[in-house]
Design a protein around this ligand. Structure first.
Ligand SMILES: Cc1cc2nc3c(=O)[nH]c(=O)nc-3n(C[C@H](O)[C@H](O)[C@H](O)COP(=O)(O)OP(=O)(O)OC[C@H]3O[C@@H](n4cnc5c(N)ncnc54)[C@H](O)[C@@H]3O)c2cc1C
Length: 380
């Protein structure tokens, strides 16, 4: 028997779960289809909310969206915690970018100037300042940059909170893969792996790296998303050498970050590999992460080993997300969040809520419409 809902969401990662929550709160009946919600990039991510230290030259439009998302985070976390009863590990202690050598410090100074020209807060630190803030860092680091507005959250807890809040608001989770989308001149719903039809007035495509391989989408509508593999390590330290701040660095040209959680977990990340949909952990990436992490924080080598996790960042040709109505009535796309999906979840969910419930697209996501890739020749 076909089932019906106002909205069918394909994918229950952080993006699909956040969208389901906001739509259900807005009064829509929602079904989310996902065989393993939270098992995608969401479960691997470190959870940095870092518009300042994640800034890459040439990505100013994305920066504006990242800043809008960061501003929304405190309210979003408060509302979500209230709705779900789940604490999401939101930490506002700020981020340290530690320089490895003099050349690195000079590069951080340039980045600091660029950030200031864009109105972003940051403060250059001497080596002594750095160790004053984090006494466990390696002696001899020449200095760094403090970004007080770059925070962090625990993505796994965030996802659990979103699923709970969405279900409490009436959304339903269908633990199955979408086999294909049903589209004629209008999106009609989806067919699940067991053949069940979910009929929806609106379909939201939020399947992360798999969004481009969802069957049934007309050729011109398929979003140009590719998987960018990333590995993170989870370690644990129960002593006073725990970090207080998210700490990042570039050790001999190789970027690494350390994200502490209140319970003593430390997330070390991350590799960036163009390896298709291969999710196997690669020993070289683990070695490089441990090598570079211990160069910043020697205590890394004394920590308990907990886990290696591999995820696929949904990358796009311009590294920015794809959010908006497709050129088929009733089909909305919310994917391609690449390095920033945890940060961008609230702003994406609010945008999709407005698009679906009112038909209008909020100003802050207009630059990220699917149509900007129209005519793009896709690799076969
Ligand atoms: C190593 C690493 C570190 C990261 N660190 C950060 C960070 O510090 N801060 C930050 O903001 N972002 C970070 N990210 C990026 C962030 O994790 C992603 O942008 C975000 O998780 C994307 O969420 P999503 O819901 O779109 O995709 P995913 O979390 O990948 O979820 C997609 C879901 O779709 C489901 N699915 C796939 N195909 C189908 C189908 N046919 N039918 C139904 N369901 C389907 C999958 O099961 C999966 O649950 C990191 C990513 C990685 C890999």
């Amino acid at each position: 028997m076909p089932q019906t809902a106002d909205v069918v969401v394909i994918g229950g990662g952080v993006i699909g779960a956040a969208i389901a929550w906001r739509l259900a709160v807005g009064g829509a009946s929602v079904v989310v289809a996902d065989p393993a919600p939270g098992s995608g990039a969401t479960g691997t991510a470190a959870g940095m909310l870092a518009p300042v230290t994640e800034l890459h030259y040439g990505e100013e439009p994305l920066l504006r969206l990242n800043l809008a998302a960061a501003r929304r985070y405190p309210g979003f976390v408060a509302e979500l915690t209230e709705a779900s009863g789940v604490s999401v590990g939101y930490r506002r202690t700020g981020t340290l970018a530690a320089a490895w050598d003099g050349a690195d410090l000079a590069a951080l100074r340039d980045l600091h100037e660029f950030q200031r020209s864009l109105g972003l807060n940051g403060q250059m630190l001497s080596g002594a300042d750095l160790r004053g803030l984090e006494p466990s860092l390696a002696p001899g680091l020449p200095g760094g940059l403090y970004a007080g507005d770059d925070h962090a959250v625990d993505p796994r807890r965030l996802h659990a909170a979103l699923v709970t809040a969405a279900e409490r608001a009436g959304a339903r989770l269908e633990r199955q893969r979408v086999q294909r989308v049903e589209v004629d001149e209008h999106a009609r719903g989806v067919v699940l792996d067991d053949g069940t039809k979910l009929i929806g007035a609106c379909v939201v495509l939020a399947a992360g790296s798999w969004s481009g391989s969802t069957a049934g989408l007309p050729a011109g509508i398929v979003p140009p998303v590719r998987p960018v593999k990333g590995q993170t390590l989870r370690l644990r330290l129960d002593t006073s050498e725990r970090l207080t701040h998210v700490t990042r660095g570039t050790v001999r040209g190789s970027p690494v970050y350390l994200v502490p959680r209140e319970d003593g977990e430390l997330v070390v990340g991350a590799s960036a590999e163009e390896a298709g949909f291969d999710l196997r952990a690669r020993s070289g990436a683990i070695y490089e992460l441990l090598r570079d992490a211990q160069a910043l924080l020697p205590a890394v080598l004394e920590m308990e080993w907990v886990e290696v996790s591999t995820g696929l960042r949904p990358g796009t040709p311009d590294n920015a997300p794809i959010i908006g109505s497709a050129d088929v009535d009733g089909l909305v796309i919310a994917t391609g969040h690449f390095r920033n999906g945890i940060l961008l979840a609230p702003v994406t969910a609010d945008a999709v809520q407005q698009i679906v419930l009112t038909g209008s697209t909020p100003e802050d996501v207009r630059a990220f419409a699917p149509q900007r890739f129209a005519g793009l020749v896709r690799p076969t």
